[in-house]
Design a protein around this ligand. Structure first.
Ligand code: FMN
Length: 458
């Protein structure tokens, strides 16, 4: 089916960054006559249900809910003009969507910086059971400085420290999932054995940053482990992604950048004792589709014209660092900036974009906030086909700039075109792991070996 040398004969996969009012910062303002929707949609559960069902009917692989544990932006002048001060907690939202869908994957973001492993292992195991094996965990380390203060810290962890904590955190969570064997619960009325006592084992994980005893208080997730998503892109982040990630979100700006990223990721995978085929890489695509290229450009311009200057000024500041942009001339080039403790790779990418193309702050902000590719269904399909076939993408993470129009256009016009080209077909396995073609980490009582006979604390 595909020319992609890494995943021969596989269809590409599509995640969709879930939102109900569009991911362009001004998407919520687009009038319904231009494909926008209800301005109050960000907490509209019936709209979330409608979209989830639409994506599942279309055959998309997974819904992905991003998250930060604070309002998403520090400056009221900008925040007050976006939907980023009000959004659902991801696992709660996905638990609701699990009960109205049957096959689509449900990927929630949870930070390792402001959680505890036991809570996360338990919640994702629960979501995996509730959804019949469709849960995924997007492991992040947090990038918004406001998050720290919400959890009693004066400042966010430094870049290296938060990745060190993340590595321990993931080891503890997977250890907790593995503290209960797949066959630990015979639930046998005749023999009066609900839980086989040798089917659980203590974990007693003690790291420098996190500690947890275990075992977990829920039977092993249907997938063994919910699928691990990760988006590390700095050197440290990439090494972490290569150790723990199964699906890797990437944000390269061009095929050349995507190739460089993939080469570096392959090396990091090798260093972690894993093979390139052990992971799937999903770059982002934010499509604006119309029947002519000019019409798609007009729609993009219409959206960008809705971005207030305060939003433009802060969107770059919020991503690149700790400088107050309020006095900056939007029509001047991007100034020199200190290194950021936010997403280093994102800051580097934004700065590189400005320098490479000689953009003013306004132009840069419009590109960053607006982003996306514009074109006819054929042009969008060409982009996807190119990235897939040169082996830099096994799938894509879709982000619809406005709703419902951008999603409708993609589902109704681009997916059929991809299917005609033999690049994509709707495909669902029994679990999210199966849908993506990832192996299940089986674990039975027999695998516990000598530990099975150890005394297991209550
Ligand atoms: C598609 C995508 C989605 C992301 N979602 C989130 C998110 O929901 N919450 C978050 O704190 N960070 C999110 N990130 C940021 C990553 O966690 C990470 O900080 C970033 O990719 C760069 O990592 P670095 O620290 O290695 O530079 C996302 C990144 C990408 C590419």
């Amino acid at each position: 089916m595909s020319l992609n040398p890494r995943t021969p004969n596989r269809s590409l996969d599509f995640g969709v960054l879930f939102g109900t009012s569009g991911n362009h910062l001004a998407g919520w303002r687009l009038p319904a006559s231009s494909g926008g929707g209800n301005a109050g949609a960000e907490l509209d559960v019936s709209e979330a249900v409608r979209l989830a069902k639409q994506y599942e009917r279309a055959g998309l692989t997974a819904i992905f809910v991003a998250d930060v544990v604070s309002v998403w932006g520090e400056h009221l002048d900008s925040l007050s003009r976006t939907t980023r001060a009000s959004y659902f907690e991801p696992i709660t939202l996905l638990s609701a969507l699990a009960s109205v869908t049957e096959r689509i994957g449900l990927v929630a973001t949870a930070t390792t910086s402001y959680n505890e492993p036991y809570t996360i292992a338990r919640k994702f195991a629960s979501l995996d059971h509730i959804s019949g094996g469709r849960a995924g965990w997007n492991v992040v380390t947090s990038v918004v400085p406001l998050e720290a203060a919400n959890f009693g810290r004066d400042a966010h962890y430094g870049h290296e420290e938060r990745y060190a904590r993340a590595a321990e955190f993931v080891a503890a969570v997977t250890g907790l999932w593995d503290s209960v064997a797949d066959d630990a619960f015979p639930r046998d009325k005749g023999s009066d054995i609900y839980l086989d006592r040798v089917g659980r084992r203590p974990l007693n994980y003690r790291g420098e940053h996190v500690a947890t005893a275990g075992p977990l208080n829920i039977s092993r997730p249907p997938q063994g482990h919910p699928v691990i998503f990760q988006a590390g892109a700095s050197e440290t982040g990439r090494a972490f992604a290569a150790r723990v990630g199964e699906v890797i979100f990437a944000a390269p700006r061009s095929v050349a950048e995507a190739r460089a990223y993939r080469t570096a990721l392959d090396a990091a995978l090798g260093a972690a004792g894993r093979a390139p085929g052990d992971v799937r890489v999903w770059p982002g695509v934010s499509p604006i589709v119309a029947s002519t290229h000019a019409e798609a450009e007009r729609r993009r311009d219409e959206l960008n014209d809705l971005l207030h200057e305060d939003v433009l000024r802060r969107v770059i500041q919020d991503n690149v660092g700790d400088v107050d942009f309020s006095g900056f001339d939007l029509d001047a080039p991007l100034p020199e900036l200190p290194e950021s403790n936010r997403s280093r790779s994102r800051a580097a990418s934004i700065i590189a974009l400005a320098r490479d193309e000689g953009l003013t702050l306004r132009e840069l902000a419009v590109r960053w906030a607006g982003g996306g590719i514009v074109g006819t269904p054929e042009e969008i399909a060409d982009h996807i086909e190119q990235w897939f076939d040169v082996g830099v993408a096994d799938g894509f993470n879709l982000s619809f700039p406005y709703l419902p129009g951008a999603a409708d256009a993609f589902v109704e016009q681009v997916l059929p075109e991809l299917q005609r080209r033999g690049l994509w077909r709707p495909h669902y396995g029994a679990t999210l792991r199966e849908t993506i073609g990832l192996p299940r980490p089986d674990l039975t009582i027999a695998d516990f070996g000598a530990e099975a006979n150890a005394t297991v604390p209550a």
